[in-house]
Design a protein. Structure first.
Length: 500
């Protein structure tokens, strides 16, 4: 069994009150690790360390190149330790090994990209104006200060990188709190970061619960910004808590993304794509394609193939390379998802496949849910409106594309969407009309490090990735430099200046 302490001010330390909690493998319910459980006072220790590092340490004043080298070193360390990180990610989160391998690879690649992004000089010289007097105007981009980063359990290592990368690249100091469900790889990352030897207090990683350690981050006046990924409900709580000290907030929250198949789509690609959109990581993805819109003309044929293929998915040991779906992250999540399936049936949708817990011997101790598809779902029903965060697809049949678009946008969420068609113009026309931060055409889940990712409506505030994402970790400062140079030529409006 592994034991982890808090990482504060470049030291590994116990929680002040010596409290701990454990991590469970959701495949076999074995206890795999013990963590120090940070209370509010430990969050304060971490915040103070980050504050000191930002206010008096070398980090924010370092050259972009120097900071970039530190960040690149994190990427290299992840690559060097990828085998262990993959194994631990599978054991802690229930991710299939195929997904975990991709996650660790992308964590390293994303971090290397944040290192490159940090080399950009974001400052600008603005176009001059001659009135009310000649001046030179500079726009500087400075780090926000101390960033509190709070992340969920679905992509544990990758989410840690998505917060640390841009925060550090912009010159901030950070306190990161991973989800108590999946803290193992974040603490392994702490070890790698420690080995690199960042300046004291620049990176602090504390394991603990949202209600105490997390809450302190969102209310403490020494924290300048909260970068959060998680549910919309907690996002709302965080925004309220941060309001007292008017912290900057970026929120990456939930989704109920609409996947629209047009009647000229390549059927095989659209069917497999729809399955990938919903069943990847057991549906525990904020950008999952959870609502599938099918034209009535092709719906029966499409559904038949979708159901047959869904029955053939392999569910079981996530360490097995052949496994398509592993367990959900926790018993609580399993119960939530089964509750939604029950609700779907109650509300009159047709259960086309799945709907229960798999019975194979491989699945007896894990928190599994069968890949499930509901047909004839009403867009206003619970399973079409609420985020389920499990392998449950709601199929909604439509007559006219306009109706599909209208229903797609009839949601409190706007994280992502997708269109399947052989006609690029038609697909683009639909893409423009979807109120969502990312729209895929004949694709799903793929993100670009250069393209902003984030949500419209209640899916969030702000963007991650690219220059857009980096700017979220900066303050804009305007410096006005006088170029009039002569007292007599100053146009100081109504100011009464005593003569003589
Ligand atoms: P969650 O319950 O919202 O928790 C997210 C994080 O917030 C956890 O670290 C949690 O701590 C912490 N937290 C909870 N209450 C808090 C509070 N009052 N103050 C400060 N922190 C608090 O989400 P989850 O269940 O872990 O993850 C699933 C959700 O994340 C889904 O809704 C999904 O859509 C969303 N998500 C969105 C994106 C995106 O990019 N848009 C990506 C991934 C996931 P604990 O350790 O106590 O849980
Ligand atoms: Mg776990």
């Amino acid at each position: 069994m592994r034991t982890y302490q808090l990482y504060i001010n470049n030291e590994f330390v116990e929680a002040t009150d010596k409290k701990t909690f454990t991590a469970t493998n959701p495949y076999n319910q074995e206890t795999i690790a013990t963590f120090a459980r940070a209370g509010a006072q430990d969050a304060v220790r971490a915040i103070n360390a980050a504050r000191e590092a930002f206010d008096n340490g070398p980090w924010p004043g370092m050259s972009r190149e120097e900071r970039s080298n530190y960040i690149k070193a994190v990427s290299d360390k992840i690559n060097e330790n990828s085998k262990l990180l993959v194994e631990l990610e599978v054991a802690d989160s229930g991710s299939t090994i195929r997904k975990a391998e991709e996650d660790v690879y992308l964590s390293a690649r994303n971090m290397a990209n944040f290192a490159k992004l940090g080399l950009h000089d974001l400052s600008e010289t603005l176009e001059g104006v001659s009135k009310p007097g000649f001046s030179k105007n500079l726009l500087l981009r400075e780090p926000v200060g101390v960033v509190g980063a709070i992340i969920p359990w679905n992509f544990p290592l990758k989410m840690a990188i998505w917060k640390l990368g841009p925060a550090l690249a912009a010159g901030n100091a950070v306190v990161l709190k991973p989800s108590q469900e999946t803290s193992v790889t974040a603490m392994e990352l702490a070890k790698l970061i420690h080995a690199i030897g960042f300046p004291k207090g620049v990176v602090n990683i504390i394991t603990g619960y949202g209600a105490d350690a997390g809450l302190e981050l969102t209310t403490n006046p020494k924290v300048d910004k909260i970068a959060f990924t998680g549910s919309t409900v907690v996002g709302q709580q965080i925004m309220r808590a941060a309001a007292t000290t008017l912290k900057k907030v970026t929120l990456e929250c939930g989704g109920k993304s609409a996947n629209i198949v047009l009647d000229d789509a390549d059927m095989t690609m659209a069917i497999d794509g729809a399955m990938y959109a919903i069943f990847y990581h057991q549906g525990q993805c904020c950008e999952a394609g959870t609502r599938l819109f099918l034209p009535e003309k092709i719906a029966d044929e499409f559904m038949h193939a979708l159901v047959e293929k869904t029955k053939r998915l392999t569910i079981g040991d996530p360490m097995n390379m052949a496994t398509d779906l592993g367990p959900l992250v926790s018993k609580k999540q399993q119960e939530t998802v089964l509750g939604y399936i029950h609700k779907g049936t109650q509300e009159g949708a047709t259960l086309a496949v799945g709907g229960g817990v798999p019975i194979s011997s491989e699945c007896t101790r894990g928190f599994f849910v069968e890949p499930t598809v509901f047909d004839h779902v009403n867009n206003s029903s619970t399973i079409a409106q609420e985020e389920i965060f499990g392998p449950v697809l709601s199929v909604i049949r439509y007559k006219r594309v306009e109706d599909a678009i209208q229903m797609a946008n009839d949601s409190i969420y706007g994280l992502a969407g997708g269109v399947w068609s052989k006609d690029a113009d038609k697909a683009m026309d639909v893409a423009r009309q979807l109120r969502a931060g990312t729209v895929w055409i004949n694709e799903w889940h793929l993100l670009s490090e250069r393209a902003p990712f984030g949500g419209y409506k209640q899916s969030g505030i702000g963007r991650e990735f690219g220059i857009e994402g980096l700017k979220e970790y900066t303050e804009a400062k305007h410096v006005h430099i006088d170029e009039v140079g002569v007292r007599e030529k100053k146009t100081w409006y109504d100011m009464v200046v005593p003569k003589g």
